[in-house]
Every structure is written in structure tokens, then in C-alpha cells.
Ligand binder design. Structure first.
Ligand SMILES: *Cc1c(COP(=O)(O)O)cnc(C)c1O
Length: 229
């Protein structure tokens, strides 16, 4: 398969990132574009790297596994963004640098224990169910202070911020309040916990990332618009 189209996709995303940043006076360098490779074959990895993508994400261990075996995988920083069963923590911890989807303390503890055993550090984000959708994972906003406080005390985890998945809507403007709520929650927790490194907001996907950037996203997770021809 020919991955020449990746160049155009990356350029288009970068233009949108710059435009959204310009609108609100942000520096595009403060927005990390994470390629969600879950639907793409492993051979896409060199094309992503060649076009300046430094971060990749997977939401399931099964699909991640074959990509991580590709030689080009070592050029990327890997983010785990999906529901993570505790029995898969032992596979994910050695290979991923970030876990965005910490949705329960039991998972945080398992990650901390695995990281400690491997003598490595994991960057973690608390997944927040901002819109309180019953089918979605994540802590309700009011539970995040207690969760963060507990996680700060866990060894080998660096609590870096918050992540959310916005509801699917036709007009991305409809989810602006979700992104704004997550930023306000991040700001509130950052000052309550006096934690300077609690500075990340993982929010925005293919259909809504410009709005997420306007509301302060520091990491956008782009699947379809980057990896599909
Ligand atoms: C698949 C996925 C994305 C990317 O979605 P696209 O709409 O393809 O950009 C982002 N975040 C999570 C958690 C995902 O599972």
C-alpha cells in the first residue's frame, strides 16, 4: 500500500491546528498531534514519522501489539487511549509512555505496581466522563479531586492532566461546553493540588479538534483524518 496520502493529511491537520491556535492566541507548538493508528496497518508508521508525527496512540492491546513490533515504532512515543483491562496492564506498561484512559483507581494502582516492577515512569491522565454518558468510561467531574489525590501518592506514576471523549454530534460547536468544562476542571485541580506538571488536556478527535484547541487542548487524538486515504 502507498502511504503518500499521509503527507497531505498531516499538512491539512497542521493548517487547521495553526488556524485554531491563531484564533485564540495560542502557540501551535503547545498542541501535540497524536496519530490514532488503530484502524491502520503497521506499515503506516514510517510515513507518519517521515511527516513529523512524533506520537501515536492505540486503544486496544491486541491491535497495538503488531504495530509495536514494526521497526519504525521505536521512533514514536506511544499513548494508550482505550479501556484497559487490569490483566492487560503487564503488556501495556513496558511499551507505552502515556496512558490517557485511567478510569478507575484499581487501574491506576495496577499501572503503578507494574511500572515500579519495571523501574519505569508512566505519564497518566484521568479520563473524565464530562457529559455523564452512561455508556462512557471515566470519573464524573466531582470525583476527580479524590482520584487525583490518590494517584499523586502512587509510585512511578506522573499525573499529567485530564482526558475526555466528547459525545458524537453533528456540529462540533455543540461539544464546546464539554471541552471548556474539562479545562476549568484541570485549572481548578492544578491550583488545588499545586501541581505544576498537571498541565495536559487530551481532548479533540477528527471531527471536533479545532474547537478543542480553542478551548485549550494540549493533545489532540486524530484517527480517521490522518490515517485514512
Ligand atoms: C479512535 C479514537 C480516537 C480518534 O478518533 P477519530 O474520530 O478517528 O479521529 C480518539 N480517541 C479515542 C479514545 C479513540 O478511541
Amino acid at each position: 500500500m502507498d502511504f503518500a496520502y499521509v503527507h497531505e493529511n498531516v499538512s491539512a491537520i497542521r493548517l487547521h491546528v495553526e488556524a485554531a491556535c491563531a484564533k485564540v492566541g495560542r502557540d501551535p507548538a503547545d498542541v501535540r498531534v497524536i496519530a490514532v493508528t488503530k484502524t491502520a496497518p503497521p506499515d503506516i508508521l514510517p510515513a507518519l514519522s517521515a511527516n513529523g508525527i512524533k506520537d501515536a496512540a492505540e486503544n486496544r492491546w491486541q491491535a497495538a501489539r503488531e504495530k509495536l513490533m514494526h521497526p519504525a515504532a521505536t521512533q514514536l512515543t506511544w499513548h494508550f487511549i482505550g479501556t484497559l483491562q487490569t490483566n492487560k496492564v503487564k503488556y501495556v506498561t513496558p511499551r507505552f509512555d502515556w496512558v490517557h484512559s485511567v478510569d478507575r483507581l484499581e487501574l491506576a494502582l495496577a499501572l503503578a505496581e507494574a511500572a515500579q516492577r519495571l523501574d519505569r515512569t508512566l505519564n497518566v491522565l484521568i479520563q473524565v466522563n464530562v457529559a455523564q454518558e452512561s455508556q462512557k468510561h471515566g470519573f464524573p467531574p466531582e470525583a476527580c479531586l479524590a482520584a487525583a489525590t490518590a494517584m499523586i501518592g502512587m509510585p512511578n506514576l506522573v499525573l499529567r492532566g485530564l482526558m475526555t471523549m466528547a459525545p458524537q454530534v453533528d456540529d462540533p460547536e455543540q461539544v464546546r461546553p464539554v471541552f471548556r468544562t474539562l479545562r476549568e476542571l484541570r485549572d481548578d485541580l492544578q491550583s488545588r493540588l499545586s501541581l505544576a506538571t498537571f498541565d495536559q488536556l487530551s481532548m479533540g478527535m477528527s471531527q471536533d479538534f479545532p474547537v478543542a484547541i480553542e478551548e485549550g487542548a494540549t493533545m489532540i487524538r486524530i484517527g480517521r483524518r490522518l490515517v485514512n486515504p
